[in-house]
Design a protein around this ligand. Structure first.
Ligand SMILES: Cc1cc2nc3c(=O)[nH]c(=O)nc-3n(C[C@H](O)[C@H](O)[C@H](O)COP(=O)(O)OP(=O)(O)OC[C@H]3O[C@@H](n4cnc5c(N)ncnc54)[C@H](O)[C@@H]3O)c2cc1C
Length: 597
């Protein structure tokens, strides 16, 4: 069977991913009358965005004086000066607008007595350039992502977006000029493969958090968009930067939102000490995530961890009172009960830093267009291809994302990409002709699985991969561990090529889907390990013991050599670098300085 025999469907735009970013983009397109298809491996409202708890960052100033300049400053500082300041300015300025839009769509935000949107403090968000925590996170109890995703889904249904539910995109289709012409996709129910042709293709496939063993992420977060982009020759940016969230439930991985600390929860060590006061005298428990995670790890390493094995930290909410907890953190209350057997109104809950978010991804500009180096231009636009949300790297989060800035990123850049596509006049354009071999790579991947007679189970290889990443790319890294990790992941890549599929049936064969996902996990893992081992400094979430605090390089950050973005290419495991954009759109640059809190 070859490309020519596959069924085809044509759309103006194909969007892969029905999370917050994909559905914000599709809404813009459908409202403009474009023919849009949105693919998702799961029902749209089960995308990982639904799990977001804490809030959306926007300087509405409803509960304390705030403005977008403070938000801009906090985000640049939070990124450890790896974020691009044009993109950060754009996001922080647009933030109030996209939040009010969402409110007008019917998003059920919590309210203040005067009717305005309730806002809570969050890590790293401050007033007056770092002076004190500020209330900036717009929240719907601790179910903000749930409320947002349902709001966007309803608006899309109204706008007549076409949803392809339980469809898995397999590979990008590019022509000889490098333009993107659509995707190949598998209909899970039948096992049939289709070609979905598009004038413009947009990836909104979310993160690859499942490359780690202990993760707050949904099982579907296997980095499919990253794998598809990498296999088609597009580099991945800054993949060494992975965020550990300070408060995953010990031994369960389930997230307890930073909103807990926003509402006043305190981290305590085995002595009951509020140790964050020692590390971050101003922001205390509300310092950014990379910083708090490292402090927790340090406490555990120095023997002040809690429990019989001294291997976790206690998150104490008992002083907040049952009423506040049930009103502002009802899901956290349930999680405590279900995953830790703890009544959080009466006793502390055991937590550990847990993998949460990828700062890197498919490189884009502020319009969501995918960019890659070409003819000496590091940011040359890839024709017909956009990416938004966690799978993209625009880069607003740099080396460390501030909490609430992801939901914001989805809204701002989902909307911006939608507008940019509408303005490009797609309606009048015709589809470019497909190359004769458009689907050959996907068909070869499927044929290999279908002809396998033995070989390892996909899940066994995936589990070894997750354990390797957990050990070799952790909260604190060492050069030796990372170098060893590069070799181990390369060995795992060989094992991935020899995975076997025992059940060859077509209808809803989840074993085939898992095997196909491992092809994407391995690209994401290699990008992470290789990029990490090459970055010989500490910055944001990439903290390497070998590159510690020195007078020339406070906190181990080396701006002269390493203030640059990594670009990893799958072919040959090759790295390139491109400069960070320190120039905002209209305001003055925030010059690099040492991060203290
Ligand atoms: C537990 C948790 C809590 C969080 N809380 C917050 C918070 O309070 N505030 C905040 O700002 N951020 C938070 N984050 C981060 C934020 O929620 C995510 O970064 C964001 O929701 C990702 O959205 P997305 O649109 O990029 O992708 P997702 O919501 O992950 O959606 C990805 C979509 O892509 C589809 N897809 C993937 N691969 C394929 C394929 N091959 N074929 C077809 N479809 C595919 C999936 O089916 C899905 O529809 C949290 C994250 C987690 C895990």
């Amino acid at each position: 069977m070859g490309t020519a025999s596959l069924p085809r469907r044509k759309f103006d735009v194909v969007i892969v991913g029905a999370g917050g970013s994909g559905m914000r983009a599709s809404l813009q397109l459908a409202l403009a009358g474009l023919n849009v298809a949105v693919l998702s491996k799961v029902f749209p409202t089960r995308s990982h965005t639904v799990a977001a708890q804490g809030g959306i960052g926007a300087s509405l100033g409803n509960m304390a004086e705030d403005n977008w300049h403070y938000h801009f400053y906090d985000t640049v500082k939070g990124s450890d000066w790896l974020g691009d300041q044009d993109a950060i300015e754009f996001m922080c300025r647009e933030a109030p607008k996209v939040v009010y839009e969402l409110e007008h769509m019917g998003m059920p935000f919590d309210r203040n007595p005067d009717g305005t949107i309730y806002q809570r403090p969050f890590g790293g968000h401050t007033a007056n350039y770092g002076e004190k925590p500020v209330q900036r996170a717009c929240a719907a109890a601790d179910r903000t992502g749930h409320a947002m995703l349902h709001t966007l889904y309803q608006q899309n249904v109204k706008a007549r977006t076409n949803f392809f539910v339980e469809w898995m995109a397999l590979d990008l289709i590019r022509d000889s000029e490098g333009d993107v012409l659509g995707v190949t996709a598998l209909e899970m129910e039948t096992g049939d493969v289709y070609i979905l042709e598009a004038k413009t293709t947009l990836f909104a496939t979310g993160g690859a958090g499942r490359i780690f063993a202990a993760s707050t992420n949904a099982f579907i977060n296997t980095g499919d968009g990253l794998g598809m982009a990498a296999r088609s020759g597009i580099p991945l940016e800054d993949m060494e930067f992975w965020q550990f969230h300070p408060t995953g439930v010990h031994n369960a991985g389930v997230l307890l939102t930073e909103g807990c600390r926003g509402e006043g929860a305190i981290l305590r060590n085995a002595n009951g000490e509020r140790f964050m006061e020692r590390y971050a005298p101003t922001l205390k428990d509300l310092a950014p995530r990379d910083f708090v995670s490292r402090c927790m790890d340090q406490e555990i390493k120095e023997g002040r961890g809690c429990g019989p094995n001294k291997d976790y930290i206690n998150l104490d909410m008992t002083h907040l009172g049952g009423d506040t907890i049930l009103k502002r953190l009802p899901s956290v209350f349930e999680i405590g009960h279900n995953f830790a057997n703890v009544d959080i109104t009466k006793e502390p809950i055991p937590v550990v830093p847990t993998i949460h978010y990828q700062m890197g991804g498919i490189p884009t500009n502020i319009h969501g267009q995918v960019v890659a180096p070409k003819n000496g231009n590091p940011n040359s636009v890839v024709g017909g291809f956009y990416a938004v949300g966690e799978c993209s790297c625009v880069s607003v989060h740099g080396a460390n994302r501030l909490g609430t800035n992801s939901l914001l990123d989805l809204l701002v850049f989902g909307r911006a990409a939608g507008n940019h596509i509408v303005d490009s006049g797609l309606k009048k354009q015709s589809h470019k002709p497909l190359p004769a071999d458009a689907a050959d790579a996907s068909l070869a991947r499927l044929a290999r699985l279908d002809s396998s007679t033995n070989g390892e189970y996909a899940q066994d290889v995936a589990n070894d991969l997750r354990d390797t990443m957990q050990r070799h790319a952790s909260v604190f890294r060492t050069q030796a561990l990372m170098d060893e990790g590069v070799k181990k992941v390369a060995d795992l890549a060989e094992r991935v090529k020899a995975i076997g599929l025992k059940d060859k049936s077509k209808v809803f064969n989840t074993a085939r889907i898992e095997a196909l996902e491992v092809d994407n996990l391995i690209e994401s893992a290699q990008a992470t390990m290789v990029s990490a081992a090459a970055r010989k400094e500490s910055r944001g979430a990439h903290t390497v013991n070998d590159y510690g605090d020195t007078p020339e390089h406070p906190n181990g950050r080396n701006d002269e050599v390493w203030m640059k973005h990594t670009l990893w290419y799958s072919e040959g495991n090759r790295l390139e670098y491109k400069p960070v954009n320190l120039k905002p759109l209209t305001v003055e640059s925030v010059p690099p300085k040492v991060r203290t809190f």
